[in-house]
Design a protein around this ligand. Structure first.
Ligand SMILES: [Fe+2]
Length: 397
């Protein structure tokens, strides 16, 4: 390969690495309880820095004492000491873009689901094809909702069977409906959510309904909680926690609306709930946005532990606290998923690690739901999702 194409490839690999580093940093910061103005500003900085890197590459490549120039000329050259930081960073970018990112992408692509996931089927319903324009309400960014390829109205109804060895015998076949991240703000319209609930109600009534947070992005749309989510029913109990977006819209009133809709709002804590005549411990974890985290002191050790956690970032907390089953939302599957690569930006301190699906570690099973909507009405190759889980003591995969 001659000089110019080689330089182009090197610059492209370095740019990929640079974009990875700044995107992972952005994801990490968005997983933390930082002020919204700071996060918005940092998102803008990240976009500028990623795009500006190509210009920086050009500057480095045209610098009279560049390391790459020395390599191409087959003569020893070393950058001026004042450039060492820049060249060192480019070297890190080359390693990340050329080795780390491809390796992680391959590992994620070939990763097998955990043994506890016995089966999983998904039925997709294209509500845009059925209802069209009335699905776009009077909320923010309706033009984004209309973008070609935007899949915010293609809803996946996922049915998963999970084998949990410590499941009480009476709970064999127990079903849990998981709904997360409805983000009421007007776009999508009420019709969208009503149609989704209509669809859910055509199926059998679950033992439990679990709502995993992020109900509202405006104060006025709190009034949708009762008529939409209140229609869901359970033979056992309906449970709910809050998410980070609810914190900005009078959380106590959100809790009150959920309570009025028939939900036990767990908050950051635990309570004993009896289902099918068997007591279990239900834990809520709304951290890191609501503090302090739940204190499980005094929890009966022999009981099954179900945890509703808005973010999957609490997975290792769940493992440390012997949670049997953890239900999460928040990350929306990343919202935009690229073929082979998958998600790019995920608001999590672990970046893409827990972007969707089922995870298992040391007896704790975590299910991460992609959620039903989002503050920005944009999804690409990442359909909204409603989950129905069936629990069994049966054979693992
Ligand atoms: Fe959310």
């Amino acid at each position: 390969m001659t000089g110019t194409p080689l330089l182009f490839v090197v610059a492209a690999v370095a740019w990929v690495g640079h974009a990875c580093i700044w995107t992972v940093l952005l994801s990490n910061l968005f997983g933390r309880p930082l002020p919204k103005p700071f996060l918005k500003a940092w998102r803008l900085v990240t976009a500028v820095v990623i795009l500006a890197f190509l210009q920086m590459c050009w500057w480095l490549l045209t610098h009279p004492f560049t390391f790459i120039d020395g390599l191409l000329a087959s003569r020893p050259a070393w950058p001026d000491p004042t450039d060492a930081l820049g060249f060192g960073y480019v070297g890190v970018c080359l390693v990340v873009g050329g080795l780390v990112f491809p390796a992680i992408t391959v590992l994620r692509f070939v990763r097998k689901p955990p043994a506890c996931l016995v089966s999983e089927t998904t039925r997709t319903r294209d509500l845009w094809a059925e209802c069209g324009e009335p699905l776009i309400g009077d909320g923010k960014m309706p033009y984004v909702a209309r973008l070609p390829g935007n899949q915010i109205f293609r809803v996946d109804f996922t049915e998963s069977t999970l084998a949990l060895p410590d499941l009480p015998p009476e709970w064999e076949g127990l079903t849990i409906l998981v709904v997360s991240d409805v983000h009421f703000h007007g776009t999508p319209s009420r019709l969208f959510f009503d149609r989704v609930v209509d669809d859910i109600l055509t199926g059998p009534t679950p033992d439990l309904v679990c709502l995993i947070g992020d109900y509202v992005d405006t104060d006025t749309h709190r009034e949708w909680i009762g008529p939409v989510l209140g229609r869901l029913s359970a033979t056992g109990v309906k449970l709910a926690i809050l998410g980070n977006h609810d914190k900005h819209h009078h959380p106590q009133q959100v809790r009150a609306a959920l309570t009025d809709a028939g939900y036990a709002v767990v908050g950051n804590g635990w309570q004993t709930v009896t289902v099918r005549g068997v007591p279990c411990v239900v834990v809520g974890h709304e951290g890191p946005w609501f503090v302090p985290p739940p204190d499980l002191t005094g929890t009966p050790a022999e009981l099954f532990r179900l945890c509703l956690s808005h973010t999957p970032d609490n997975f290792y907390w769940g493992v440390a606290n012997q949670i049997d089953l953890m239900l999460c939302g928040h990350v929306h599957g990343g919202g935009i998923r690229v073929p082979v690569i998958g998600s790019i930006f995920v608001p999590s301190v672990y970046s893409r690690r827990f972007d969707q699906g089922v995870f298992e570690r040391a007896g704790t099973v975590m299910v991460v739901n992609r959620g039903l909507s989002g503050k920005e009405p944009l999804r690409f190759r990442c359909n909204p999702q409603v989950m129905r889980l069936t629990l069994t003591r049966g054979v693992r995969r």
